[in-house]
Design a protein. Sequence first.
Length: 335
Amino acid sequence: MSSEACPSKTSPSYFLISVSTRRNLELCIKHALAGFPGGESGAWTFCEIAEGDFVSFLYGARVHNLYQVSKREALLDAEHMPPSWKPLEFQDTHRVYYFPFRLYLQPVRALDEPLVRTEFAYIAENLLQRGGYNKTHFQADQTTLQSVSGMGAVAVDVPAALELPEHTTFTLRFSRTKSLTKLPEVIHFKETFLQSAIRRHLMSEKNLRALLNQLGLIEIQASALEVLGEKGLPEGHIDLLLKERVPLGSGLRIPVEVKTKKAQPMALDQLRGYMDELRGECPIGILIASDFNKHTTGRSSHANIKLVRYTLNSDLTKTPTFEEIHEGLTLEVVA
């Protein structure tokens, strides 16, 4: 499977990957390999993490090792493929998920640190606000990555080689046509995948600069910002967050709310609540949707919220890849 390339002029992102059991963690570390279940959550994680990104494993409120992603691959018939990760079984649906989405990792640092360390505050806060490990991954900011890069020691152990039998890979695709969905190869396109596509789009410094200019924020340098995924707050969960990569005397933060369809006025109230929670370091909020209810348009300026319309060149009645979706995405500020 061909990997989706990272956007140009971007810094690598850093993620903590939540592992379900101690046995699965041991296998991940032994083979320097991460696997994600063949449903929507696993596909979402696979879209979020690109080659060149950094990851650590999260288990038992401890952070294990630092790796860089060297290769991504999706395998058919994952239930027959090593390693012998324990599958996930959901009692309500009795559906069993194996791990077709794989990240091959290059060890960077060996560490085993408690999540309660101050350096992990960004992740710990997200976990606290979400009530626990109900996600396959959590994105941390660049400050966290810089701190982790100085923990533990340089990795020296060589991962155990994992010999796979003859197998077939596939390219992950998405569709809004339910009859075309087929786990794990074709996933129903939902809001989380749109969030990931927008995040990937804005990770390009050129694209982020263009949006800031449209928003009239010409004094903000695109190169000084990072684009982060879901951020937990007492008011709820911000879909995307623009924040200063290296805060110096300030902490600029811009929350972004994403809607797949036409945005209603309640989306403004939701976003305004996030802005109030972020207080004085939040100059505006951004609401991205395919279109806007007329009452939403009328109220947005009073709430200090900018409206941005997204369009996709990909035909989601068919089965485009994630790369096709994010490369064909455009953002336009609504006057």
